[in-house]
Design a protein around this ligand. Structure first.
Ligand SMILES: Cc1ncc(COP(=O)(O)O)c(C=O)c1O
Length: 355
């Protein structure tokens, strides 16, 4: 057959279905969404579904605007942050100069570049997995930074990213804040100062609504205008009315989310200490996951041991630099205690090292 497109897609983490598993492989939230979300779902008037959802999700952008102290006109909603990021790539990266992101970051960035024919350069993170901004060339088409980064979990302080916004003021810098609510500081206050800043966020992680598929982008009206023109060129009603109602309920219960995400941060910090007591080297993390490796044991053997006990973590055998690492999402304290107990048993069985 002629004319068929060839593309290597992004490979998401597995979604295994076992009733008693501990699923800590795709950075979903450990806790259920706010009870207000359930209430909104039960109270949703099904007769409303006859109508299309609102074109601009005004009620949701207003709720978000109020919460984030941003003008609602600066916010665009989409079907998960994957959708808003894909729109942003198409909207902002139309130069023949390469866009820049680290070699170890969210795997979808390079997939979108291939899909949309955007030239790109993956700059190697240093041995500590830090992004050295001095290595960015002069002539570029834009920058994409996940902050904190995935899968490393490392966070860059706002003032360092601000230097990039200043230096590369004539191209758009996308800051993907999928994990920002787990401890980092948002770039939001800099939006009015830098017209080349575009921030993306999601309800999938901190709002415990990965299954709802709602994400959003925030940028000045000029950037937002381009994003909306692209969005309205193929899927104007990306967020359906049920999702909008539920996302509003989540946005309005920030108190609940501060509580559960604070718990996750506490469990994460405890988990890192426990891992390191077992001899792991774990990167500092300001997210709801950690990236860890053991100098004597192979990641694959640990992965298989955990899987045998229905604990699913993420292992990247094909990513050379982290092929001996595991990325472990933070579950509840009880789940993470089980994980530590399983790792202790593994270490006891494999004292001589399996690597
Ligand atoms: C850094 C980063 N950005 C964006 C996303 C996409 O999230 P979603 O499409 O669920 O909003 C993910 C998901 O894992 C992520 O890790």
């Amino acid at each position: 057959m002629r004319g068929l497109r060839k593309i290597e897609p992004y490979i998401p983490g597995d979604q295994p279905k076992f009733s008693k598993m501990i699923k800590i492989n795709t950075n979903e939230n450990a806790y259920p969404p706010s009870p207000k979300v359930k209430e909104a779902l039960l109270n949703f008037d099904a007769s409303q579904l006859r109508l299309y959802s609102s074109l601009d999700n005004y009620n949701l952008t207003s709720a978000l605007g109020k919460r984030l102290k941003v003008d609602s006109d600066w916010i665009t909603t989409a079907n998960g942050s994957d959708d808003i990021l894909a729109l942003a790539f198409q909207s902002f990266f139309n130069s023949s100069d390469p866009i820049i992101f680290p070699d170890l970051t969210y795997g979808f960035y390079s997939v979108w570049c291939e899909l949309f024919n955007i030239p790109y350069l993956e700059l190697p993170l240093n041995d500590q997995f830090e992004f050295d901004f001095d290595k960015i060339p002069e002539k570029i088409g834009g920058i994409v930074l996940a902050n904190p980064n995935a899968p490393t979990g490392l966070y860059k302080p706002v003032d360092q990213i601000e230097q990039i916004l200043k230096k590369y003021h004539d191209v758009v810098v996308i800051v993907d804040e999928a994990y920002i609510e787990f401890g980092g500081q948002s770039m939001l206050p800099l939006l009015s100062k830098y017209d080349n800043l575009y921030i993306t966020r999601t309800f999938s992680k901190d709002a415990a609504l990965a299954g709802l598929r709602v994400g959003y982008g925030i940028g000045n009206p000029k950037l937002t205008g381009v994003i909306q023109a692209i969005k309205n060129s193929y899927n104007p009603y990306a967020v359906d009315s049920i999702s909008e109602a539920l996302a509003i309920a989540a946005t309005e219960d920030y108190e609940y989310y501060q509580k559960i995400n604070g718990e996750i941060a506490k469990t994460r910090d405890w988990f890192i200490i426990e891992l390191n007591k077992l001899g792991f080297n774990t990167l500092p993390s300001l997210t709801n996951f950690v990236l860890t490796t053991h100098p004597q044991q192979s990641a694959e053997a640990i992965f298989n041991h955990l899987k045998k006990h229905q604990v699913f973590v993420r292992f990247f055998p094909n990513k050379e630099r982290i092929s001996n690492y595991l990325r472990i999402s933070i579950g509840t304290k009880k789940e993470m205690t089980t994980v530590i107990d399983l790792l202790k048993a593994f270490m006891a069985e494999n004292n001589g090292g399996t690597k």
